[in-house]
Write a protein that binds this ligand. Structure first.
Ligand code: NAD
Length: 292
C-alpha cells in the first residue's frame, strides 16, 4: 500500500520503519525534518497526503492534529483511509473523524500503548474507534505495528479507552511508589516487599512489569537512572486528558484528579525529563505533609 506518515518522532519513526520493512511504500512528513528507515521524506504536508491509500498521523497533541487534518483532508484520495495514532482528547479525535467524513474519507482513531520499545519491536496495542469497515481496513497495518488491536466503538472510542487506561496507570504507579516508600520507612527490604506484593492482591503492571525500585523485579527505567521509558510529562499529559474528559462528562474521578495534581507538581519540581516511575525517589526524600 501507499502510505503517508505524519510525525516521525520517537513513536512514529519506528512505526513507519516497521511498515516500510513489511513492504509498504511510505512517504513521511515531519515538521522537524526527522525521517525513519525505509521512509521517503517529503518537504510538504500536501506531498505526503496526496495519492495515498492510507494516511497515518502520530502527532504530539489534539491542537496539532486538528491543524494537520484541517490542511490535509482536502488532499486525500477519494476513499482513502485516515488513521490517527496520536494520544489526544476525545473531542479532537471526533473533530478529525468529522473532517475526514466531510471529505469522503474513512477514518479511525487508534492510539497505542506499549511505548517506544513496543513501537520499535512492533508489539504495540491499538485501541480503535470508528466505523467497523474502516477498522477492518486498518487491521492489517495494526498487525504489522502491533500485537493486538481492539475495536472499542465509534469515533473517539479509542481515545476514551487510552485515557482510562492511562489514568489507572498514573494512579497505580503513585500507589506502588507510596507503598515502597512506606515499606522503606518500616524497615522492610525492597526485594521482600516485591516478592510478597507481586504475588499478592497488590500486584499490578506498575509493580510486576515496571517496578519503580532499582534492582528489584524485571529490568525497568529505575535500573537506568530513571531515564524514560515513559516520561513524567507524558504521563501528566494523559492524566490531564482524563480530567478534561471527566469534566466534559461530569464523571467523579477523585484519585485521577489527585494523580494529575501530583504529576503536575512533580514535573514542575524536577520530574521533567525523568521516567514517570521516578516518583519513588521523590517520595523517599519527602516527609509526611510535604508537597511533591
Ligand atoms: P515526539 O514528540 O517524539 O514525535 C512527534 C513528532 O511530530 C515530532 O517529530 C514532531 O516534529 C512532529 N510534528 C509536530 N507537528 C507536526 C506537523 N504539523 N506535521 C508533521 N509532523 C509534526 O512524540 P512521540 O513520543 O512520538 O509521541 C507521539 C504521540 O504518541 C503523542 O500523542 C504521545 O502522547 C503518544 N504516545 C507516546 C508514547 C511514548 O512512550 N512516547 C506512548 C504512547 C503514546
Amino acid at each position: 500500500m501507499k502510505i503517508g506518515f505524519f510525525g516521525l518522532g520517537n513513536m512514529g519513526g519506528p512505526m513507519a520503519a516497521n511498515l516500510a520493512r513489511a513492504g509498504h511504500e511510505i512517504t513521511g512528513y515531519d515538521v522537524a525534518g526527522t525521517t525513519a528507515e525505509g521512509v521517503t521524506s517529503v518537504a510538504s504536508a500536501k506531498e505526503a497526503a496526496s495519492g495515498q491509500d492510507v494516511v497515518i498521523t502520530m502527532l504530539p497533541n489534539g491542537k496539532i492534529l486538528r491543524d494537520v487534518y484541517d490542511e490535509i483532508v482536502a488532499y486525500g484520495t477519494k476513499d482513502a483511509l485516515f488513521v490517527d495514532c496520536s494520544t489526544v482528547d476525545v473531542e479532537s479525535a471526533q473533530y478529525a473523524h468529522a473532517k475526514a467524513k466531510a471529505n469522503g474519507l474513512a477514518s479511525v482513531d487508534a492510539p497505542v500503548s506499549g511505548g517506544v520499545t513496543g513501537a520499535a519491536a512492533g508489539t504495540l496495542t491499538f485501541m480503535a474507534g470508528g466505523e467497523d469497515d474502516a477498522f477492518q481496513r486498518a487491521a492489517p497495518l495494526f498487525e504489522i505495528m502491533g500485537q493486538k488491536a481492539v475495536h472499542c466503538g465509534t469515533a473517539g472510542a479509542g481515545q476514551s479507552a487510552k485515557i482510562c487506561n492511562n489514568m489507572i496507570l498514573g494512579i497505580s504507579m503513585i500507589g506502588v511508589c507510596e507503598a515502597f516508600s512506606l515499606a522503606d520507612k518500616l524497615g522492610l527490604d525492597r526485594q521482600k516487599m516485591f516478592d510478597v506484593v507481586s504475588t499478592s492482591s497488590g500486584f499490578c503492571w506498575s509493580l510486576n512489569n515496571y517496578c519503580p525500585a532499582p534492582g528489584v523485579g524485571p529490568k525497568s527505567p529505575a535500573d537506568n537512572d530513571y531515564k524514560p521509558g515513559f516520561a513524567a510529562e507524558l504521563m501528566l499529559k494523559d492524566l490531564m486528558l482524563s480530567q478534561a474528559a471527566a469534566d466534559a462528562t461530569n464523571a467523579a474521578t477523585p484519585l485521577g484528579a489527585a494523580a494529575t495534581a501530583f504529576y503536575q507538581a512533580f514535573v514542575e519540581h524536577g520530574g521533567r525529563g525523568k521516567d514517570f516511575s521516578a516518583v519513588l525517589p521523590r517520595l523517599s526524600e519527602m516527609k509526611r505533609g510535604d508537597q511533591p
